[in-house]
Design a protein. Structure first.
Length: 287
């Protein structure tokens, strides 16, 4: 059964009344005015209902759109969370790897620092031994300093320099008595220092050699003089041969310019180079 509209019901009511009762004009107008008011309220209610339905539809559309956006954002969040988890895992692996490398580097540095300390200690002992050796040699050879003997330290080695006047007659390779005395004093100190290597170097000036028999040039003279000193130290003074080296430098490592007699005299010399054995140091360096 269909519902009757409100105006129609009012009209029926008015008609029924009018059929039963004769209304005065005033009451009749009042009823008509009331009917118009009811009709207007009904229209407004209808319009308000349509407006509410439109709002509901818009809200439904907005809700659907927001749900779609929310789903998309959830998908993006899930992807980002997965990437973050993967990145954190990779970062953790990289951090562990870097930590391992740092630990290894730290251990290597500690080993190097320890080795450096050992090397420094060996060098300190070497310098200390070198200075002590120099002091002993200067004391032992003090009486020969006026004859051109010098003792000095260069590059961690002790250099005992003897001019040819102290050791040899002019142009000779045979050691004279004063030279033997100096070498005997030197040998007494060397025999007390078994850890010292001994290199004997012969040096000459730049003047050419004349009338020296089998000695052809300054090379020959420098070598033969150094071997004469080595033979005296090993054969006469019993210094261990294994510690000795004989070399000839000729005229090629002068102390002076060879322009004057005094500078040429300084260039004609025997240098006995004393250096500590550094096997322990070499072993450390090789590691």
């Amino acid at each position: 059964m269909k519902y009757l509209s409100l105006p129609f019901i009012v009209l029926l009511f008015v008609t029924a009344l009018s059929s039963c009762v004769v209304l005065s004009p005033k009451k009749y107008k009042a009823l008509l005015a009331k009917q118009d008011s009811l009709n207007m309220g009904w229209s407004q209610s209808q319009q308000s209902n349509m407006s509410l339905e439109e709002r509901i539809n818009r809200l439904r559309k907005d809700t659907a759109s927001l749900n779609s956006q929310l789903a998309e954002l959830n998908a993006q969040y899930s992807e980002m969370e997965g990437n973050y988890t993967k990145l954190r895992s990779n970062s953790s692996n990289e951090i562990n790897k870097l930590s391992g490398n740092l630990n290894k580097i730290s251990e290597d540095l500690k080993k190097r620092e320890q080795r450096l300390k050992e090397v420094e200690e060996i060098l300190r002992k070497r310098d200390e031994a070198t200075n002590q050796l120099k002091a002993k040699l200067q004391e032992a050879l003090l009486g020969f300093t006026k004859n051109g003997l010098t003792v000095e330290i260069k590059n961690g080695k002790v250099y005992v320099s003897l001019t040819d006047k102290l050791l040899f007659p002019s142009g000779s390779i045979i050691i004279d008595e004063k030279g033997k005395q100096a070498l005997t004093q030197l040998a007494a100190v060397l025999k007390q220092q078994p850890e010292i290597n001994i290199a004997v170097e012969g040096h000459t000036d730049s003047q050419k050699i004349n009338n020296l028999g089998q000695i052809k040039d300054n090379w020959d003279l420098s070598v033969l003089r150094s071997t004469s000193v080595v033979r005296f130290l090993t054969e006469e003074q019993k210094v261990e041969s294994v510690r000795m080296t004989a070399t000839g430098k000729g005229e090629f490592q002068p102390l002076g310019s060879n322009a004057t007699a005094d500078s040429r005299s300084k260039n004609r010399r025997i240098e006995i180079v004393l250096s500590p054995k550094l096997d322990e140091l070499y072993d450390l360096i090789k590691q």
